[in-house]
Ligand binder design. Structure first.
Ligand code: FES
Length: 233
């Protein structure tokens, strides 16, 4: 279990407030819960706060505690328990690199190395230009296209070192990037090199319907040889 604590005081902002659109959303969300159960909205509110700011700050925790009429230590407990909440400032692009076994076996070390070289040698640290930070994460459920990483809500898959470097460079220079597989696969679950099975066109044009001839059953096994009677040669 990793140690999770709030960012040091010198990087905490002076305050936090939801923007106008999110304030409306917060009101609607809190109203969904029965009277006295508003504290149940703590995860949605923290998540919306993180979507707005990129990370969960101490002032955000205090503000959400006030909105939900709950002790701020309870909000702190939730924020520090769930690893989906970022407790430090992040870059405009937070690069979440999966390093769980399937991605690791398929080369996530090279993806991490590209992040170290082109973003920052240490994870959870914002790059000098403020545009990037990166972190290792557990399986993101796209193992079929390992190794992969997530930025915002998008997956970038079938990566290697050079493809990761190009992705970072393109985002840095504002170029449009393609989400999903980066190695030429058109869709995520497509086999590399295209389909390798069920390629016979007759399977799909109806020409073999009704032509299936069941195989003849195998012949019965021969009867066992007569056991020799005692005393016979
Ligand atoms: S192990 Fe990386 S997505 Fe599952």
């Amino acid at each position: 279990m990793s140690l999770r604590r709030l960012a040091p005081p010198d990087v905490q902002p002076a305050g936090f407030a939801f923007n106008a659109a999110n304030t409306e959303w917060v009101k609607t969300t809190i109203a969904k819960y029965p009277a006295g159960r508003q504290a149940s909205a703590v995860i949605p509110l923290l998540w919306r706060g993180q979507e707005q700011e990129g990370w969960v700050s101490h002032p955000m925790i205090e503000e959400i505690a006030k909105m939900l009429a709950m002790p701020s230590i309870r909000v702190l407990e939730v924020a520090t328990f769930y690893t989906m909440f970022n407790l430090e400032p992040v870059g405009t692009y937070l690069v979440q690199v999966c390093t769980t076994t399937p991605c690791w076996l398929r080369g996530s070390d090279a993806v991490v190395e590209a992040c170290k070289t082109h973003i920052h040698p240490h994870q959870k640290t914002v790059s000098e230009d403020g545009k990037f930070s990166w972190m290792e994460v557990e399986c993101l459920g796209a193992c079929v296209n390992a190794p992969m990483l997530q930025i915002h809500s998008d997956f970038y898959e079938d990566l290697d070192g050079p493809l990761t470097e190009k992705l970072i460079a393109d985002l840095r220079s504002g170029k449009a990037v393609k989400v999903g597989p980066q190695n030429g696969r058109r869709v995520s679950s497509e086999p590399e090199g295209g389909a390798q099975a069920l390629k016979d066109a007759a399977l799909y044009d109806g020409s073999i319907i009704g032509k299936h001839v069941p195989k003849a059953p195998p012949p019965p096994p021969p009867p066992p040889a007569d056991p020799k009677k005692p005393g016979t040669a």
